[in-house]
Design a protein around this ligand. Structure first.
Ligand code: PMP
Length: 396
């Protein structure tokens, strides 16, 4: 077993990312000198409004939106998902009361749908295959003339599988429903074009591409009308009242601008490191399996399961070596239940419990991959030697 390491290797980037220093610099004037309220008509207000509009423009550019005005600022992805789902469902209640989503959604989508069920709406959770891809045949069968809203994750951050959104939008529009896409984990990592892919509404989040926390956006195609969740002074086209968080929105815009420029080269770099870790660990440790699809997956995502042991015990061992990763989505970590995403892909409870999720970021390099590959075989062997589930022939 290699010696314990003291320096930190952070591999939990989907749970939280450092804010890019260029983003911090862009925000500082709006914390110090340019503090106006964008609704004020004087010079300070107009300066703040200009800053909001610039950010809207940059975010629209990142996602191929037709107009800056299609971007509504929110407090983050959870709020954007709530707004899209509840706002569309209640606005269209008279036309139909069914919502279709998938079995691999983020908890903020699932719980928004559940709150609507309590108000008399119906929700169907469409199944996925063993890679986590939506079963498109069953999906189409699940849309009827009462279905007005479909909400599908662009890529689930836990398994990395990227859904065929264009095909999905064609099915949804043939059936005359709206498509909301939760692109929180995908946007800024892979190229997304809302117009080309036929997306009606899309959730994005600033910190997922190195912007500040507590700010996100919902893209809403201009022709679509939804109900607001928060009522007040009518900011953000009446869809999200309350004085806008100007410094964070400025940082969000800067992060979007950087992501647009660096997305391709950074994606390539991360895929190389990602695949090196996946192939390295699968090659050196028996009974190791990949969660999600090997190619149609997010550049940052390594999700592996190791038979006979628990994900949490792997995390504790890794932490002793100064390596910090995760066993699943940070948002459902409190439940201690096996991941609903892994279960939906057909894994047994004990298989779902043995998962390790590494999410890479800009600060990670090949050196980190080499270190993981060096320490993991001994960690897994040691844990398996203590596990009652390990077959005798694997124990030394
Ligand atoms: N959707 C997805 C796909 C996510 O991965 C997350 C978590 N990063 C969220 C929504 C919720 O994001 P937040 O907690 O920032 O609101």
């Amino acid at each position: 077993m290699p010696v314990h390491k003291t320096s930190n290797i952070y591999l939990d980037n989907s749970a939280g990312k450092p804010v890019d220093s260029r983003v911090v610099d862009s925000m500082l004037p709006y914390l110090k000198t340019s503090f106006g309220n964008p609704s004020s008509l004087h010079k300070y207000g107009q300066e703040a409004k200009q800053a909001l509009d610039n950010s809207r423009e940059k975010i629209a550019d990142l996602i191929g939106a037709e107009k800056a005005e299609t971007i509504i600022f929110t407090s983050g992805a959870t709020e954007s998902n709530n707004l899209a789902i509840k706002g569309t469902a209640t606005r269209n209640r008279k036309k139909g009361n069914k919502i279709l989503t998938s079995a691999v959604e983020h908890i903020s989508v699932i719980n928004s749908c559940k709150s609507l069920i309590r108000q008399g709406f119906q929700t169907t959770f469409s199944p996925v295959d063993s890679f986590g891809f939506l079963d498109l045949e069953k999906f189409e069968e699940n849309i009827d003339d009462q279905t007005k809203l479909v909400s599908i994750v662009y890529a689930n951050g836990e398994i990395g599988t990227i859904q065929p959104i264009k095909k999905i939008s064609e099915i949804v529009h043939k059936k005359d429903a709206y498509l909301h896409v939760d692109a929180t984990a995908a946007c800024g990592q892979i190229q997304i074009d809302v117009q080309k892919e036929g997306i009606d509404m899309m959730t994005i989040s600033s910190n997922d591409f190195y912007g500040p926390r507590g700010v996100g956006a919902l893209y809403i195609k201009e022709s679509i009308r939804i109900d607001p969740l928060i009522h007040g002074g009518g900011q953000e086209r009446g869809l999200r009242s309350g004085t806008e968080n100007v410094p964070s929105i400025v940082g969000f815009g800067k992060a979007a601008e950087i992501a647009r420029v660096e997305l391709k080269s950074e994606g390539k770099r991360l895929i190389k490191i990602r695949d090196d870790i996946i192939h390295g660990l699968m090659g050196s440790i028996p009974y190791t399996f990949l969660n999600g699809h090997p190619i149609r997956r997010l550049p940052d995502n390594v999700s592996l399961r190791f038979s006979f042991i628990e994900g949490e015990s792997i995390l504790l061992s890794l932490a002793m070596f100064g390596v910090f990763a995760s066993s699943g989505s940070a948002c459902t970590a409190k439940t201690l239940q096996p991941s609903h995403v892994l279960l939906a892909m057909g894994l047994k409870h004990e298989e779902a419990h043995g998962s390790l999720m590494i999410t890479l970021g800009r600060q990670n390099t090949q050196k980190d991959a080499d270190y993981i590959k060096e320490i993991m075989p001994a960690i897994i062997e040691r844990l398996r030697s203590m596990s009652p589930l390990t077959p005798k022939e694997l124990k030394r």
